[in-house]
Design a binder for this molecule. Structure first.
Ligand SMILES: C[S@@+](CC[C@H](N)C(=O)[O-])C[C@H]1O[C@@H](n2cnc3c(N)ncnc32)[C@H](O)[C@@H]1O
Length: 306
């Protein structure tokens, strides 16, 4: 059984930057809010605490195991879908007061050996957040052409030896398909000094996971659709864990595009679609990192729709 929303015996996921996120998100306790990454429901539970009986929360997750954690609260509607499609489910309730996305994987996904997300378990690689999706980590590793594989490792893992790594994987998979973390480790053996191997594998895993779940594209769609459905003055809070994701959010808030190209009106004023609540992203305090080391790389940005 998976445990969520603040249960302490067996954690599904510890919500990151909880108070800062919900403090910055909620401006209307009677309002309508979205949590597009429900996970263990930790942020959703806190949002519900702050809403009156009139308030409503629509939550989404593409992982059926997250959907099993539904908080029994009649103000909450929980829907299994990729958040890139969230707009299809909320046409009757727009405009929205606030949207939260805490992107990436949950601790449950990472810690469940059968989900194939972690180098800690020598189980078949998978990495799909949505178990009904077609693409998985084994397909990326065994069927992608060498160049496509190198591109994934370079773009999402920022690995400068991506071509060498892809070449080694392609050579190894001719003899034996890459099924488990050990197969991958053997395939790339000797690419870096032994003490750097674990960090390399972690980066490779992250890159493959981003590809499998098409995470950056989903984030772009979310930002564009999110802005469309928000009320003026409504807020969008994004917690990200990867510099590429944070850059997309930062650029989009500043400029309305993902490259960060500033457009000016006739009078020279920058045409920004949102105003950032804080100039710099909010990050966890040392105390939070101590109790929840997985919060270490989190960055929270909150935009206010102009
Ligand atoms: C970091 S966890 C969220 C944890 C949650 N805030 C909590 O307090 O428990 C991220 C969740 O978002 C989901 N997710 C990630 N990308 C998604 C997407 N594109 N569409 C729907 N759900 C997604 C994952 O399945 C995972 O359950």
């Amino acid at each position: 059984m998976t445990k969520g929303h603040g249960d302490t015996d067996q954690k599904y996921h510890i919500p990151v930057l909880l108070q800062q996120t919900v403090d910055g998100l909620i401006t209307n306790p009677d309002g309508v809010y979205l949590d597009v990454t429900y996970g263990g429901g930790g942020h959703s539970a806190e949002i519900l605490k702050r809403l009156t009986q009139k308030g409503k929360l629509y939550a989404f997750d593409q992982d059926e195991e997250a959907i099993e954690n539904k908080i029994p609260d009649k103000r909450l509607t929980l829907i299994k879908t990729n958040y890139r499609f969230f707009e299809n489910h909320i046409q009757k309730i727009i405009p929205i007061d606030g949207i939260l996305a805490d992107i990436g994987v949950s601790s449950h996904q990472f810690d469940a050996d059968y989900r194939g997300f972690s180098i800690r378990f020598d189980e078949p690689l998978d990495m799909r957040m949505d178990k009904s999706a077609k693409l998985n980590a084994q397909i990326v590793l065994n069927e992608y052409e060498e160049k496509a594989l190198a591109d994934v490792l370079y773009q999402y893992g920022e690995l400068h030896n991506s071509r060498l790594l892809a070449k080694k994987i392609v050579k190894a998979r001719i003899l034996k398909p890459i099924i488990t973390p050990t197969d991958l480790k053997n395939a790339i053996a000797g690419s870096v000094k032994p003490h750097l191997e674990k960090a390399l594998l972690v980066q490779m895993f992250q890159a493959i996971r981003i590809e499998v779940n098409d995470e950056l594209e989903a984030l772009k769609i979310l930002l564009e659709s999110g802005l469309k459905v928000l009320k003026p003055g409504g807020r969008i809070a994004i917690i990200s864990y990867h510099s590429l994701e944070d850059r997309l959010v930062k650029n989009f808030f500043r400029s309305g595009n993902f490259e960060g190209t500033l457009e000016k009106d006739f009078y020279g004023n920058i045409q920004a679609p949102v105003k950032s609540l804080t100039q710099k992203p909010m990050v966890p305090a040392e105390k939070e990192i101590e109790t929840n080391p997985r919060s270490r790389s989190a960055k929270l940005r909150i935009g206010i729709k102009i």
